[in-house]
Design a protein around this ligand. Structure first.
Ligand code: GDP
Ligand code: MG
Length: 459
């Protein structure tokens, strides 16, 4: 996420490291580069200007000029400014209303509204234990209604049926009445988008808004559209009283211009970011954590939250117990760890959140990519239970059989066994101190608490 910007900022700031102190001259040079970096990231021009001015002003401050480590000082200032631009604190949904609390989704076609309805349903059910109902008012594309029905089934939200012959307004009103009767606590209303902002669409969604009086009106926008995202948001904001933004497809956005522009251009907070196509790929938007990721300082807090949300706590505890009893870590456990890792959105998602990973070359990160995890699991699946329990028996002919069974090469099996042995050694070391020691050795500032019990995780 936002890799280009991270790389650019990394270069700019490391250039400063060699310098003894901040001078007017090197601040000027640095600011020129920061400006270029922001423009390349497709941040809206007024935001770039204000950003550079603010940073310059602070950097010229007396205290700072006297400071002995210009790089560090400037990183601190840039970090503060990034956080400010994105809106300081996380703003969550405000669902305080006579139930059902209605959430209206607005946005262009393909921005990720329907997917976000499913993600939000899942989020609200899991985190806030809410009873959620969803409905589609997208009568222009019949497939859109089916899509929502499928997704609702997947996340276990109640689905209010609608059809292409109906009027969007009537659908929404009927859904609201039904939600009341069924004691749903939240009703999420999906709507139709168009390819561009057009009057007809705005008129329709305005009408919908007036009829169902939502507590949250969320604008859903594709992060990859850069500063256009902010402009589209502004157009919707003029038609509807938006309460927040969901920034989707941030997983595929290397630039970050949308995240940095929306708040300043519209005054509305980004409440969530979409980080993938699956229904669990939704994160609350924390400006400080995103700033930290942009500056390559990692986001350990989100990582910890994700781990405790997505990791199977029972299995983690069981493994920890097993290890404490001195029982060996075997290939079955290794496989389990790999699948849990895949649950967490895979290695690439994890690595982005670890401090210092911004500087790790892309090739190295790719060595542990998600396809690799799937392959490791396939290889272990081709082993007999006995082999998994006692990997030492895996020699020549067994290796050939396993490679053939999993559609891999003998070298792949060897590589897996080597990785497993390394992991086994690591697990032995971790028996005493567990996760915290591990994180410390990774160089991360690891806040105490919040980890799954047992902390049997190798990363
Ligand atoms: P809608 O037309 O606004 O309802 O958009 P959809 O919800 O149908 O999404 C359009 C496409 O974007 C689909 O292929 C989704 O899988 C994809 N999508 C939505 N959100 C995300 C996200 O956060 N990350 C990625 N990578 N894809 C997403
Ligand atoms: Mg849709």
């Amino acid at each position: 996420m936002f890799d280009n910007l991270t790389e650019r900022f990394g270069k700019v700031l490391s250039n400063l490291r060699g310098q003894g102190r901040l001078t007017e001259e090197n601040i000027k040079d640095t600011m020129r580069e920061v400006r270029m970096a922001l423009l390349e990231a497709d941040v809206a021009l007024p935001v770039v200007r204000a950003f550079v001015d603010q940073v310059k002003e602070k950097a010229m401050g007396e205290e700072v000029m006297k400071s002995l480590s210009p790089g560090q000082t400037l990183i601190k200032i840039v970090n503060e400014e990034l956080v400010r631009v994105m809106g300081e604190a996380n703003e969550s949904l405000d669902l305080a209303a006579q139930p059902p609390a209605v959430i209206l989704m607005a946005g262009l076609q393909g921005s990720g509204k329907t997917t976000s309805v499913a993600k939000l349903s899942r989020w609200l059910q899991q985190n806030d234990k809410k009873k959620v109902m969803v409905v589609s008012c997208d009568v222009y594309r019949p497939a859109a209604i089916d899509q929502l029905q499928t997704l609702a089934g997947e996340v276990g939200a109640e689905f209010f049926p609608s059809s292409a012959e109906q009027d969007p307004l009537e659908i929404a009103q009927a859904a609201l009445a039904r939600a009341k009767k069924a004691f749903a606590e939240v009703l999420i209303v999906d709507t139709a988008g168009r390819l561009h902002v057009d009057d007809e669409m705005m008129a329709e969604i305005k009408q919908l808004h007036a009829a169902i009086d939502p507590v949250e009106t969320l604008f859903v926008v594709d992060s990859m559209t850069g500063q256009d995202a902010a402009n589209t948001a502004q157009a919707f904001n003029e038609a509807l009283p938006l309460t927040g933004v969901i920034l989707t497809k941030a997983d595929g956005d290397a630039r970050g211009g949308a995240a940095l522009s929306i708040r300043q251009i519209t005054g509305k907070p980004i409440k969530f970011i979409g980080m993938g196509e699956k229904t669990d790929a939704l994160e609350p938007f924390h400006p400080d954590r995103i700033a930290s990721r942009i500056l390559g300082m990692g986001d350990v807090l989100t990582l910890v939250e994700e781990v405790s949300r997505k990791v199977d706590q029972d299995k983690a505890a069981k493994l920890a117990k097993k290890l404490q009893k001195g029982k060996g870590f075997d290939l079955e456990d290794f496989k389990e760890q790999m699948s849990q890792m895949a649950n967490l959105g895979g290695m690439s998602g994890l690595l982005d959140k670890l401090p210092g990973m911004g500087e790790v070359p892309e090739q190295v990160k790719n060595q542990v990519n998600d396809r690799e995890i799937a392959r490791l699991i396939a290889i272990i699946n081709s082993m007999t239970p006995h082999e998994r329990r006692f990997p030492a028996v895996i020699k020549g002919s067994r290796k050939r059989r396993i490679a053939a069974g999993s559609g891999t090469q003998i070298q792949d099996v060897n590589k897996l066994l080597k990785q497993f042995t390394q992991m086994q050694k690591m697990m032995k070391k971790m028996k005493g101190g567990g996760m915290k020691k591990m994180m410390r050795s990774l160089g991360g500032r690891f806040p105490g608490g919040g980890m799954p019990p047992g902390g049997g995780f190798p990363f």
